[in-house]
Design a protein around this ligand. Structure first.
Ligand code: ZN
Ligand code: ZN
Length: 482
């Protein structure tokens, strides 16, 4: 008898918990549905004024204004970057962090139409959807804040405005500054052509310039008096190319000669080669980078030149967290994917017709949720450094027509219209629900931290960039010959 009463009570309790949970979910989803128009406008405003890395003054201000209006306290210009910010809503409890990106790409100017139509010759464009990225995070945080208020919950939200993801690696400087200390978990997302909340690894990367200095001379009249800086570059490249046979399979080494001299009849006294070294394991990247430096030194010695190395970026790969990713996948499934109306279907068909490839995924992919898996992304993101100091989780949503690659005009087009906004709101809802789960479940945070510690093992995080300052002028300097 007693037993049956107890089990009946158990059923009541679980029904009660379930009802509580669904009412929390409903509050958050309703809040975001009600704010779709408001945040679509913010995303469109950032899209209309695409700003490059470290120059995102208007874009960051738009997001800051939204957060201030909602009651967040905002600090700006952190870690030596004028366009960075941290917005805090402090009600004690667990601290949940969010990453917001908002920089654009050069040369990708495009109207929000399903055919190539440049708005500004040589202008910038949001080809990676960071206008949606930053806006979804702000929408998500504002919804969570209102849910915290409505339910008198103890929790702290921190929104990190991270400049210059595209090449400037702004997050690395914020991590080095210690801004993520005390944060229990970090949530982020990225625009995509499909909906997936997978745990993912990616590659760590070191990037830098090898600047060779030689001696000019008449290449025909007095070649013996010259020492060619370009010889230094070529000798270095030859040695590194031989080295490829003796590095781990998953390594990637790429280079371009950014300065190879100016005239064939003048022995060049200055030549520069830019290198990137990648591997999923950061210690491998460090080792290979040292070997590349040795090749440069050997090349300089053999060609009678001198070499100096200028590191421009160094970022960690992603440390996946399956505990958090599975929680996020559950929420993404609950929210559902992107559904097109008639107009959007026509737009999407026209975009797909421009791909010029025989294998195009069906439009229905935008609606589907990809099955959960642990994946590997063979490129790099500065979220990597964050994931090495705090358990971090991310997702992708179908802001782009299925089959669209990042950094294309087709991506820019969708980022400035309703398909992009719909995907953005799927992300905002999924992130907010996951934030809510973390706030309500100390066990989830504990499990995530346990996995974080296990995966980290004996790796001690130290930034690959050393003590270098953020390259605030890198976009302005880009067109100058290095
Ligand atoms: Zn990108
Ligand atoms: Zn991106």
């Amino acid at each position: 008898m007693k037993k049956s009463i107890l089990s009946l009570m158990g059923v009541f309790l679980s029904v009660f918990v379930f009802a509580q949970e669904t009412s929390h979910d409903a509050f958050i989803v309703r809040n975001l549905d009600n704010n779709t128009e408001r945040f679509s406008k913010v995303a469109r405003q950032i899209w209309e004024n695409p700003e490059l890395g470290y120059l995102e003054f208007t874009s960051s201000k738009l997001l800051i204004d939204e957060l201030k209006t909602a009651g967040f306290k905002v600090q700006t210009g952190l870690a030596g970057m004028p366009t960075s910010f941290v917005a805090t809503y402090d009600k004690g409890g667990p601290v949940i962090g969010f990453l917001a990106e908002y920089d654009a790409l050069p040369g990708l100017s495009q109207d929000a139409v399903p055919f190539r139509s440049v708005l500004v010759d040589g202008g910038n464009g949001h080809g990676c959807g960071h206008n949606l990225f930053g806006t979804a995070v702000v929408a998500s945080a504002v919804a969570l804040k209102e849910w915290i208020d409505a339910n008198n919950i103890q929790a702290t939200l921190k929104i990190f405005g991270t400049p210059a993801e595209e090449g400037g690696a702004g997050k690395v400087y914020m991590v080095r500054e210690g801004l993520f200390k005390g944060v229990d978990a970090v949530i982020n997302w990225h625009p995509s052509d499909r909906n997936a909340a997978n745990a993912s690894t990616c590659t760590a990367v070191m990037q830098g310039y090898f600047k060779f200095h030689g001696q000019t001379s008449h290449a025909a009249g007095a070649p013996q008096r010259g020492r060619s800086a370009l010889d230094g570059v070529e000798a270095m490249n030859m040695m590194v190319n031989m080295m490829r046979e003796h590095v781990d399979q998953e390594s990637r080494i790429h280079y371009v000669i950014t300065n190879g001299g100016l005239a064939a009849n003048v022995v060049p006294d200055y030549a520069v080669v830019e290198y990137m070294v990648r591997h999923p394991d950061v210690t491998e990247v460090k080792d290979i980078w040292q070997r590349v430096i040795k090749a440069a030194e050997g090349a300089a010695m053999g060609t009678g030149t001198r070499v100096e190395v200028e590191v421009v970026a160094g970022i960690y790969g992603l440390l996946p967290n399956e505990t958090l990713a599975k929680a996020m996948h559950k929420n993404l499934t609950l929210v559902g994917g992107v559904e097109y109306d008639q107009q959007e279907t026509e737009f999407a068909k026209q975009i797909q017709a421009s791909f010029n490839t025989p294998r195009v995924p069906p439009l229905s992919v935008a609606k589907q949720i990809q099955p959960y898996q642990l994946t590997h992304f063979p490129a790099s993101t500065d979220v990597g450094d964050v994931s090495y100091v705090v358990p971090t989780v991310g997702l992708g949503t179908a802001t782009w027509v299925p089959g669209t690659a990042a950094h294309t005009w087709q991506a820019v087009a969708a980022d400035g219209m309703s398909i992009g906004y719909k995907g953005m709101m799927v992300a905002a809802k999924t992130m907010a629900l996951t934030g809510k789960d973390l706030i309500l479940s100390p066990l989830l945070i504990k499990e995530a931290k346990k996995e974080f510690d296990e995966r980290l093992g004996d790796v001690v995080y130290e930034p690959l960039i050393g003590d270098m300052a953020p390259p605030l002028h890198f976009r302005k300097d880009q067109n100058k010959v290095k």
